[in-house]
Design a protein around this ligand. Structure first.
Ligand code: NAP
Length: 475
């Protein structure tokens, strides 16, 4: 199954017969061979989705609800298999993969509940006509996903598109294709008709680009880096297609001196080192009010030093990073931080006991100035910088002083302070006294270079629907 593409409910070989390897980041061992799709394969997948759309768009909301609920049930029944595969392929601790699968079940359930609530409007115009809007599915939707949450990211947009009546082609990141391919098997088992969901594996530059520029694709949901997002947006513009971009972040956690510091600290560690820091919404900058700064850094040092790093199946605090290249990127940023004059608090190295696998110790830098590159650029790894602040205005200016605007948080017992920050911070998601508050029913997305549009929540259905206005003269 893994060395093939999922097209028309079948696992089929790539036309040119090219393959590449899937590697376990904890052992550096090959765990599967994958199909390397080219533009012809992508075209076949898109045409399958286009053909299926003619029938799928005419299914009743109830039929779609039942299928989506069945998919949720099959995912739940195969949760262990999916989670283990995810951990093997991506490296994250098993309990995190299990949580990601549970979240995916929830997204299918949420989407299932929405199919018969996608209502148009009747609009008063004049005494002689009746005017109403109808929401219709746009057609084939493309879903291009990154490697950090392979299953959960595919399941973030796909159920919504299907609920809206769209068909889909999914292109997972090359590092982590396995759980997405398994999703094809799951959806087939759930009873989705051929062509409604297709999955192509292959390089972004070739298969991803072919998908983004395919003329029969009517909507693109892209999650990944800023640079690739810009390329995808260009491709979408060429065909005048809507695009949702879920991109990177450099997310600030503001810790005020009046906060429950122990609770804040717990969230700093969770926010910065979940999934080994490979989280778009994770904490990458912690801004600490000067009077508690030293105490906070000391406590942070103690907790981060105690974190364990081991293969995901061992369920340690951190698994390996996704690839050798990505670990090198993180190591390069650590070197840069030192060169810029930041003070290493802990980490900053490969764990000496881990000779194989792409492990890296969770790392904290103190003495960081907001103008340093390490304080402005997304590292997307287990690297946290601590920046002191003196006034709320300064905390806000530092928070907003980067190109990104994905998530932001403030920890304080002062509601006024929290609300002023929430009002003025440039971010798509603002969290107060807790991190990662983004269940499937609330909007998820960013501002500035963090993206365009929103996934999750009811508003996400608009990504896959177009409004048709109908005017009827009756007198
Ligand atoms: P990436 O390199 O941009 O890749 C994302 C996806 O795009 C992959 O499937 C990739 O395929 C594909 N791709 C590459 N070049 C393409 C092209 N020219 N046309 C179409 N598709 C192309 O990002 P990543 O390194 O996988 O992910 C990390 C980034 O994602 C971080 O910046 C992170 O913050 C962001 N992210 C954002 C969110 C969010 O919700 N905002 C969530 C998760 C991650 P290949 O893998 O085959 O190259």
């Amino acid at each position: 199954m893994f060395d093939q593409l999922f097209i028309d409910n079948d696992f089929v070989p790539p036309a040119a017969g090219r393959r590449f390897d899937a590697v376990d980041p904890a052992t550096e061992q090959r765990i599967a061979t994958l199909a390397l799709a080219d533009a012809a394969d992508v075209d076949r997948a898109v045409r399958s989705a286009h053909h299926a759309f003619a029938t799928w768009r005419r299914t009743t909301p109830t039929e779609r609800t039942r299928l989506l609920l069945r998919a949720a049930a099959v995912i739940a029944s195969r949760a262990d298999e999916i989670a283990r595969l995810e951990t093997l392929d991506m490296g994250k601790p098993l309990r995190e993969s299990q949580a990601n699968v549970a979240r995916s079940v929830r997204t299918f359930e949420y989407a299932a509940g929405a199919t018969d609530k996608l209502e148009g409007q009747s609009i008063p115009v004049d005494a002689r006509s009746f005017n109403f809007t109808h929401l219709e599915p746009v057609g084939v939707s493309a879903h291009i996903t990154p490697w950090n949450y392979p299953f959960a990211n595919a399941c973030r947009s796909l159920p919504v598109a299907l609920a809206a009546g769209c068909t889909a082609v999914v292109k997972p990141a090359s590092e982590t294709c396995l759980s997405t391919l398994l999703l094809g098997d799951v959806l087939r088992e759930a009873g989705f008709p051929p062509g409604v969901v297709n999955i192509v594996t292959g390089s972004g530059a070739e298969a991803g680009a072919a998908l983004a520029r395919h003329p029969l694709v009517r909507s693109i949901t892209f999650t990944g880096s800023v640079g690739t997002g810009q390329q995808v947006a260009h491709a979408a513009a060429d065909h005048v297609r809507p695009v949702v971009l879920e991109l990177g972040g450099k997310n600030p956690q503001v810790v005020c001196a009046d906060a429950d510091l122990d609770a804040a600290l717990k969230e700093t560690v969770r926010g910065a080192f979940t999934n080994a820091g490979q989280v778009c919404t994770g904490i990458s900058r912690v801004l600490v009010e000067r009077p508690v700064h030293d105490r906070y850094v000391e406590a942070l040092h103690e907790r981060v030093q105690a974190l364990t790093v081991a293969p995901g199946l061992d369920n340690a605090d951190l698994g390996p990073l996704v690839s050798a290249a990505h670990r090198q990127t993180v190591a390069d940023y650590v070197r840069l931080a030192r060169e810029e004059g930041a003070r290493l608090v802990c980490g900053g190295q490969v764990p000496p006991e881990r000779e194989r696998g792409w492990f890296y110790r969770p790392t904290v830098f103190d003495g960081v100035r907001p103008d340093m590159r390490i304080a402005r650029e997304e590292v997307f790894g287990p690297l946290l910088v601590v920046i002191p602040f003196d006034t709320d205005e300064q905390a806000l200016a530092i928070s907003n002083g980067v190109e990104f605007g994905l998530s932001a948080g403030i920890f304080t017992r002062d509601l006024g302070r929290a609300l002023r920050f929430a009002r003025d911070v440039e971010a798509g998601m603002v969290w107060v006294n807790e991190w990662f508050q983004s269940p499937v029913q609330v909007p998820h997305g960013g501002v500035k270079h963090s993206g365009i549009g929103r996934e999750q929540g009811f508003a996400a259905f608009a990504n896959y629907l177009q409004v048709k206005d109908v005017a009827i003269r009756f007198a």
